[in-house]
Design a protein around this ligand. Sequence first.
Ligand code: NAD
Length: 255
Amino acid sequence: MNDDFKGRVALVTGGGSGIGRAACLAFAQRGAAVAVVDRHAQAAAATCELIAAAGGQALAITADIADEDAVSRMVAECIARFGKLDCAFNNAGIGGAEIESAGRKLGDIDKSAWDKMIAINLTGVWLCMKAELAAMQAHGGAIVNTASIAGVIGLSRSGPYTASKHGVVGLTKVAALEYSEAGIRVNAICPGYVATPLTQASLAARGDKILARLPIGRFAEANEIAELAVWLCSDSASYVTGSAYDIDGGYVARI
Ligand code: NAD
């Protein structure tokens, strides 16, 4: 364990699984106290147990990021326990498999499916930033939002997901412009394909085709994505703000 983040407090949404869990562990390993947020209480608690077993400090918070009151409570609980908020990784999100119109063209998507995707993947990130920026105003901080390669290129038959992730990149840039003066850096990461519960169905259906187009020849491990988010929150990234980083094994470079 090193101490890059000793004395700092990090909050991670979607911390109960995949990239978010890997980020919680990585922050804790570097000495941060971690607020592990997830809509599933047991998943957040399980991540906290892993952190505690490794000698770290964590708090499980159950919240739906699409619910403004829950998001306010999330930040309040973090501050009540740890005294402040230094770093936030707004990573919770859903994939096409969770909305009933997954795999359809734009003209065939139900509005309810569209609304659900945007409420979580885009409005949810904005609500989290709104609460976090307020908490960081007095002393500065760093925020990282999880976008996707779908925030950079169009993914056919993933219209709502692509729109939500392009929106996350735009929100990230605006937040960086508006809050640099307050000493708050805001960046986005744009992962390619990572084998997590979110991609289970799509990788099972067309993983071979995706692999054939991936220059690096394999899917990412969740911790490889988490490392970039943690670095962007660290003092090593002190001059980085308003950027969206591809971390995709070269997928977008080929296009
Ligand atoms: P995952 O399904 O393993 O983890 C996502 C976590 O977010 C889950 O624990 C889930 O309960 C939580 N969550 C979902 N909606 C929530 C809500 N409304 N409120 C609170 N928590 C909620 O997925 P993952 O692959 O680790 O994805 C994390 C992020 O990375 C997502 O934003 C996703 O869009 C993005 N991403 C993933 C990939 C990939 O290939 N896996 C690629 C690019 C971007």
